[in-house]
Design a protein around this ligand. Sequence first.
Ligand SMILES: *[C@@H]1O[C@H](CO)[C@@H](O)[C@H](O)[C@H]1NC(C)=O
Ligand SMILES: *[C@@H]1O[C@H](CO)[C@@H](O)[C@H](O)[C@H]1NC(C)=O
Ligand SMILES: *[C@@H]1O[C@H](CO)[C@@H](O)[C@H](O)[C@H]1NC(C)=O
Length: 456
Amino acid sequence: MFVFKSCSKFVSVCTILFILLKKCQFCQWNLLYAVQLQYGVDESYKLSIPSHGTQVYAHIEAQTVYGVLHGLQTFSQLCRFNFTNRAIEVHQVPWYIIDQPRFFYRGLLIDTSRHYLPLPIIKNIIDSMTYAKLNVLHWHIVDTQSFPLEIPSFPKLWNGAYSISERYTMADAAEIVSYAQRRGISVLAEIDVPGHALSWGTGYPSLWPSKDCQQPLDVSKEFTFKVIDGILSDFSKTFKYRFVHLGGDEVNTSCWTETPRIRKWLRQHGLDTSGAYQYFVLRAQKIALSHGYEIINWEETFNDFGSKLSRKTVVHNWLGGGVAEKVVAAGLRCIVSNQDKWYLDHLDAPWEGFYMNEPLTNITNHQQQKLILGGEVCMWGEHIDASDIEQTIWPRAAAAAERLWSAYDNLAKDPSQVFGRLAHFRCLLNQRGVAAAPLVGPGRVAPEEPGSCYKQ
Ligand SMILES: *[C@@H]1O[C@H](CO)[C@@H](O)[C@H](O)[C@H]1NC(C)=O
Ligand SMILES: *[C@@H]1O[C@H](CO)[C@@H](O)[C@H](O)[C@H]1NC(C)=O
Ligand SMILES: *[C@@H]1O[C@H](CO)[C@@H](O)[C@H](O)[C@H]1NC(C)=O
């Protein structure tokens, strides 16, 4: 048994990091931090915990600080508080763990347009993601309903916020990015164009096709693309992840044909509505590329004109299964988020479905497999807010997180083999102050009856 005499009862990574920093005189932490967090960064680690005594130390070896963080996370999850001798113990020693993620992209989407999420809530979510080794916070910042973020280049855009206080300054955004980065999590920023953008017009009504027909964004105006360019220029100073998400889903073009001015423009340019949709998406892609980003677009763009997309596009699947295999067969990269399994806002979607959803389904060619960057669970905000987001994300996101981290051969073939450890992980989340909901029941549920956390 390996015993920490000096630990407090609630072992967190920070406690352990503190202990290690105090005891470790030879670690080159500054050097480690110099490795920039970016897609594809080495997250592997080796963790060894010896058998006996208080004189020997557990040992973590990693190529980057992000690997170290994962190693500390694993280590903290092996610790148990013993109420008899009041020490923190690691059982079943010795341990020798060699670990690395199966996918580089392991995401969680949050949506701050449908409901504003205060900064402390977002930070709590970031903290909780580290417990499950998720590494990308996909921030769906704006949508039809509200535009909460400050855009210095176009300072009236956040007039589209729900209220004067439900807003993020760019300094807030930078704080989120740096808070996440220090925990090994990248922030993927999204502006969803040309649909899902009605709120942009509150500050700049000329972005609307007309006063009565307010989205998608006016395809016929240069001003529309100037605004996108300004946003992405501002983004590039704060959001340093390799990718930016440009949305592109659910575009209803009827406002374009119903507005005489735009109808005329379409005719002059020889475009029908689907041609105009393609023109818009490709032009937005070029702007993103000019700011040094690679692009992620929702799958409709691929389904409608996949061969025209920039080769730097990552297609974000959501409508259902069977899409990823087509995307990679076409030589493009893909992130998997099929809504039937990985949409957390589907409150009745059970954790078993989250666990069993395999991103490489029907993809056998090794080169094509490598084009699947990973997957993402999506916490759309229509029906949740700060009051219940944690229990809607957890523990179901953790089931997907294991699928995205663990080597395929180590994954359970039957979710019944997972219940015990997932229940344990859910109780750990509760112990760390995360409001993770019970596992027993259909989807996100409240406790059914009195009983131990480990049985619910
Ligand atoms: C807790 O510590 C006591 C005393 O060292 C030991 O006998 C017992 O097995 C430990 N409990 C567990 C659950 O390991
Ligand atoms: C598309 O938008 C038009 C105009 O806003 C609306 O009348 C119509 O119902 C929408 N179609 C769909 C399928 O949502
Ligand atoms: C995988 O391929 C099989 C056989 O073509 C098909 O029946 C199944 O629906 C596919 N699965 C998914 C998730 O697309």
